[in-house]
Design a binder for this molecule. Structure first.
Ligand SMILES: Cc1ncc(COP(=O)(O)O)c(C=O)c1O
Length: 432
């Protein structure tokens, strides 16, 4: 370290703690000649899509990795949520409880099946859905809960499964941030009825875009497979694609209307290589996150997001921590994030915007499809939900950074903590 904590902050023109021109952060996505070879091989094979061998191989690998009977790839982690809801038979008049602090897709897909998203507040310490708020939100129309394992946290799956059992509800785990994370030795996506994953570029496992569904229920698997493939029944082993024979379609009384949500073989090729790397990458991120938390919690006004001890393996889509402006001479969180970003040369963001205030979650713009009745229209208005904890986290205390930071060295983690300390020492200057 060759700086003083009282040096001029980078955001005011001083020298940053980390000069990313000479010390870049680790890159994301990660790939090497294995992906190159796999992509060229796929290109030359002429088999570019449609339940191809690589897609089947990846599905099998992903199911084995997660400890589920089945895994199915699909176009993205939005579609997977929608198909999961459809497979559970959720539709008009049904209510689905989900956290107010999540990406808009978690709620938007509930709207897409014409059900009612019911937004519940989150726990102060983990930022995941509060089981007490789930209990308060349950009505005779509730059909499912969608817990989101947000950033480095895990929703309290013990309580959630207990509530679901008591009320006969489906549990769809939104695991868009949690590839490989474990709760009491069970992988995310293997605890509820269905797990939903995203493989979008920023995620822990990526093919640029893509998603997957996990389940151990044969009847859900059968429906999910049909739903992602234009309503067709799952292909039997050795099925001849040129023979549209008996058994391939659901019979007339059992037919499923759906669309095409398949992935390509190019995506599957990249996912196979990525999945081989994931355990090692998760281990590194976990070690660094724990180390960084141990450094940050020594600083005034900084608290790690709680890592529940029932979380037996961490997975960090974003590294997040809690900021208390009081300890920083009332420096607003927004200014803290800007200053930290300037010191470290990387985007530092707030959490998701709570869904009752998020401009990307705007059911009222879908009038032609969703104005099903005046009662329904009022019920889907997100502003009717009160989410004080989500609000507090988003506007006052959340500090989030992409997981690639956690793929660095212990020295990088020390530098990160030093940057926070530098802002602490300079809080008054930063306020001016
Ligand atoms: C919690 C959560 N759910 C669902 C999604 C949707 O995934 P995709 O972008 O692959 O559609 C995301 C994407 O960021 C997410 O963060």
């Amino acid at each position: 370290m060759n700086y003083n904590f009282s040096d001029k902050p980078a955001v005011l023109g001083g020298t940053p703690v980390r000069d990313t021109r000479t010390m870049p952060w680790p890159e994301w996505p990660v790939w090497d000649e294995n992906e190159e070879k796999a992509l060229i091989k796929t290109l030359r094979s002429g088999i570019w899509s449609y339940n191809g061998p690589l897609e089947n191989q990846f599905n099998k690998m992903f199911a084995d990795y997660n400890g589920t009977e089945y895994a199915l790839s699909a176009a993205n982690g939005t579609v997977t949520l929608q198909l999961a809801l459809e497979a559970c038979g959720i539709g008009l008049g049904d209510e689905v409880i989900l956290p107010g602090l999540t990406w808009q897709a978690t709620a938007a897909t509930v709207l897409d099946v014409n059900a009612l998203p019911v937004l519940a507040d989150v726990c102060e310490d983990t930022w995941c859905i509060d089981p007490e708020k789930i209990r308060e939100a349950i009505s005779p129309r509730t059909k499912a809960i969608i817990p989101v394992h947000l950033y480095g946290s895990f929703a309290d799956m013990d309580e959630i499964m207990k509530i679901a059992g008591e009320h006969g509800l489906f549990v769809i785990e939104d695991c868009a941030h949690k590839h490989g994370g474990e709760w009491k030795g069970k992988k995310a996506g293997s605890i509820g009825d269905i797990g939903s994953f995203s493989f979008q570029l920023s995620k822990l496992l990526t093919a640029g875009e893509g998603g997957a569904l996990t389940t151990s229920s044969f009847s859900l698997y059968e429906k999910l497979d049909a739903l992602r493939n234009c309503g067709r029944r799952p292909e039997p082993a050795g099925f001849d694609k040129t023979d549209k024979g008996a058994g391939f379609y659901f019979d007339a009384g059992n037919f499923l209307q759906s669309g095409n949500y398949r992935i390509t073989e190019f995506q599957a090729a990249i996912l196979i290589e990525g999945l081989r790397r994931l355990p090692e990458q998760n281990k590194r991120r976990e070690e660094n996150a724990l180390y960084l938390n141990s450094l940050l919690e020594k600083l005034p006004g900084i608290k790690p997001v709680k890592r529940d001890e029932r979380q037996t393996a961490g997975a960090y889509y974003n590294f997040a921590f809690r900021y208390n402006s009081k300890a920083f001479s009332d420096l607003p969180a927004e200014k803290f994030r800007q200053a930290l970003s300037a010191e470290l040369g990387i985007e530092i963001a707030a959490s998701y915007i709570p869904l009752n205030k998020c401009s990307l979650y705007a059911p009222c713009t879908k009038a032609p499809r969703h104005r099903l009745s005046e009662e329904y229209w009022k019920a889907i208005d997100p502003s009717r939900f009160d989410l004080p904890v989500c609000d507090r986290i988003h506007s006052g205390e959340s500090v989030c950074v992409h997981h690639k930071v956690l793929m660095g060295t212990r020295k990088d983690m020390e530098m990160f903590a030093d940057a926070v300390r530098k802002i602490y020492e300079n809080a008054v200057k930063l306020l001016a």
